[in-house]
Design a protein around this ligand. Sequence first.
Ligand code: CA
Length: 646
Amino acid sequence: MRDWKFNGVDFSTFPYYSGNDLGVSYTKEKTNIRVWAPTAKEVELRIYKHSIEGEAIRIDQFTRFDNGTWIFSLNGDLNGFYYTIRVNDGEWLNETPGVDARAVGANGHRGLIFDPEETNPEGWLEDKRVECLNPVDAIIYEVHVRDFSIATSSGMTNKGKYLAFTEQGTLSPQGLKTGIDHLKELGVTHVHLLPVSDFSTVDENAPDNSYNWGYDPQNFNAPEGSYATDPKTTSRITELKMLVQSLHQAGIGVVLDVVYNHTALTRRSCFNQTVPGYYYRQKPDGSFSNASGCGNEIATERSMVRKYILDSLCYWVTEFHIDGVRFDLMGIFDLDTMNQIRSKMNAISPEILLYGEGWAADSSPFDETQRAIKTNVSRLDRIAVFNDDFRDGIKGNNFNPRSKGFVSGQTVQEETIKFGITAACFHPQIVYGYVDRSKSPWAKEPWQCVNYASCHDNFTLYDKLVMSSSVASDEEINRMVMMAGALVITSQGIPFLHAGVEMARTKLGDHNSYKSPDNINQIDWNRKHTFSGIFKYYQSLIRLRKNHPAFRMRSSDQIREHLIFSDDYMPGVASYVLVNHANGDEWRTILIVFNGNTHSIQFPKKKHISWRLVCMDNTIDEESTIYPEGKEIEVPGISMMILVED
Ligand code: CA
């Protein structure tokens, strides 16, 4: 019996294979398969007629070739046949689709040989990525494929499927726009999909029986089958391409959430069943380390692991015309791999967005100073991390349901709010000792910082505010949801919204809904009507950001030059001016005041300036012709106010 410990194995001596033909290479005349398996003594190929059931119709032996690879060639047109690979490295391991499979049968146990050209929807060759000149121009909307459409109130036909994103003209029961029409109406620039590469938990033959977010990766290069109309076939590829094409036609980019930091299975993963131990980091005793908190962590620094991730990303981004990538637990990745990813992406398009979670879930044997954690983000080129300091400053500690933040009246969060407004870049007017958690700026440039108030993890913004503000009225909670959006969307950096926040999404108080049923996770589109004021406000915030480059400054030097905080301290208030046509804005001066108190405040304004009132009490009118008189202006409780000088 194998002990699955790797004491004394020097993985750095394993041969490197630089070719681009790992996995299946298909033509109508023949199919070549190449596997990297340097520890193997024998490698077998089995061909099957069916996706799951039935015996192999033939079994062949791969031939050992260069740099640890094994090859086999089959003559004839194998389109539509399934295959597995089985390695013997002294004992026989399990059958798997290998590590490179781009299409798989139902539930991902067998690879599928296919003709890539046949997976292109009509018009695919004309499909293009959206323009995004600078990451701070993006407004990201994070959504789970199934949550988007599964509710009855979605009005969509392809519930829970990729194809729901291709449906136009869909309406909620109250006749409001849903689906892709809703996204267009809201104005977001990028849709970030929770993982769509093959994951293991949901039975693809009975997807309604279970739910999962998808952070349980199985086959990294194949799309998930439970979102496809037929998991046995290449519909999982074609329909994901149709999703991308439909969003692109709406002017919206697509970001994929990738989970290369770990695999759902450890010993039985495709990686360990092909080259045992190689793809994972080990503890000093030779056992698998676990910085992902899921039983293992990928050794991104090893040459063939790094190549695997680079090849995989290039495949997804090129084949599916992807506009950006979000890295789950990016803090597990080594910095060199991340910078190589950036340079590979630049060769495809420098506009591709890259961002991730700048942390790991547990300790790692790999030196933290060399990993892509938040405090090392300044060493990464055009890669951003999530600003969890701002997130918690806005609404209170993410993990403690009772804790409050700036929008719920916690008056010690002003410096943390300023930290978010400046995208975690150094600004001389911030007293870093008072910032909650990070005691120094960690971003060098604003495109290194993703600002958000909530995401799929933890309580929804609305649930968190309801739980932490037991005495607040419904109206006050709504105002808090709106002010959180105002903070995220007007701040420097990259704004990020959790899908449904614009209609006060609830998960009924579930803080970790990764496998909770649809009634918890679904977007309830009825709420677009119930919370129509919140929706309209988020829509107007997004319009404001798009119309005004002052909210999207390109560099921290620009921010330090054009953004000045008010000197007078008022508890529960954060305010600043953007001066001298910041970043080429048509507005000369913009004064922004956030009042986190429940009561209104009198805010002093310079009298000699002819201020125009653009935002008051959760209403934005960029064309307003109201010129308030006097030395002071009243800012209502829990709201943002904006005055401009044209
Ligand atoms: Ca799956």
